[in-house]
Design a protein around this ligand. Sequence first.
Ligand SMILES: Cc1cc2nc3c(=O)[nH]c(=O)nc-3n(C[C@H](O)[C@H](O)[C@H](O)COP(=O)(O)OP(=O)(O)OC[C@H]3O[C@@H](n4cnc5c(N)ncnc54)[C@H](O)[C@@H]3O)c2cc1C
Length: 369
Amino acid sequence: MKNTIYDVLIIGGGPAGLSTAYLCHKHNLSYLVLESGKAIFQGIANTYPEGKLVYASKPKDAPQPFMVDELRPPDKPVTVESYLQYVQHFVQHENLHIQTEVDFEDIKDERDGLTVMTSKGAYKAKKVILSFGSNIPRELSVYGDAKMVAKNVDDASKYIGIKTLVIGGGNTAADVIINILRTKREAGDTNPVYWAHKAEIFDVNKETAQRLGEEILLGGNIRLLPGATPRIGEVDDEGVDRLVIRINEFKQADGIDLYHALSFPMQNVIACIGSQGPVPIFDKLNIQSIACTAGVCKIAKEGERLVLLSAEFESTRKGVYVIGGAISPSYMKISEGSITEEKHPNLIYTAINDAYYVVEAIRAKLGKS
Ligand SMILES: Cc1cc2nc3c(=O)[nH]c(=O)nc-3n(C[C@H](O)[C@H](O)[C@H](O)COP(=O)(O)OP(=O)(O)OC[C@H]3O[C@@H](n4cnc5c(N)ncnc54)[C@H](O)[C@@H]3O)c2cc1C
């Protein structure tokens, strides 16, 4: 446990988290950003296509300007790469406090504040801002701990010389495979890439299929494993964490099942099995959400669960706030005794402006305004 008690701990270093950090820095609140990716803005780096233009979009009915001008995208759209580079320089220039490759796990209430549990230990704070966006990578649901399995590829050369397993049947998995096949081909590595999917049919678009076909014709060594399911995380005799993937199962009358399986060191496995919204995390944290009933919600569909927040973005868990993409496209706002669905477009504008309002509220609560 680190001894410092921060005024504010910020989970996620995207537009919402970094704007919060910058405002804390400006107003002398102590803070730390915990980001699970290798760098800030990892969410954007992972989801925007290469060369995509970033627009300074504002909802039509929004009266306010961007409240943190320093982080807004320029009016004349620039590529995502230039925007990321600009933000990185800004963070370095301001010397903002950020720890990368830290996965947020849980929050515990303590007498003197909140303790945030992470993959790299515990941190203490008076207030916690959840700004982890809307794309939470799905975990592999296998018995045992498969958390070490990568969700994406930042450096395909790590897989040169090893047999790699990619799990998932869609475009993201195919893109990862194309990237690894190309890197292996260029390095003269003939070790195969195994591609496992729980369904019998892989589901990729035409353009991705063409690029994959090209890699295969150029010599890419790929082994398809349709109908395969990840089953168990195990540790071998040498202490290496491994993932077993079943490729065939034979049910027998005597109740003893036979199966064929392959076992891969977890560090050779990449799981591209999609993302989910943050509701499971809110449940785990005991943050209350409400299911939309017919006629109550205009944006969310019937049955969808929306997180319950005060006008200042504080959740039902005292001292824990939620902002940015994590509460888009709408949330339930408690205000003056009533609860209504509040529209919250998933835009950089909304993320930045949420940060402004939340820091103002925290400054007032901590007596630092
Ligand atoms: C393809 C695409 C194009 C878009 N184009 C535009 C555009 O042109 N203009 C615009 O205004 N908006 C655009 N958007 C929307 C915009 O990117 C989002 O509204 C914005 O990124 C939300 O910011 P955020 O900080 O809330 O979340 P994110 O940007 O998602 O940041 C969340 C951060 O939290 C980290 N994180 C996640 N889980 C954890 C965890 N457990 N522990 C620690 N850290 C964690 C993530 O790695 C990430 O860095 C686009 C979105 C997409 C997908």
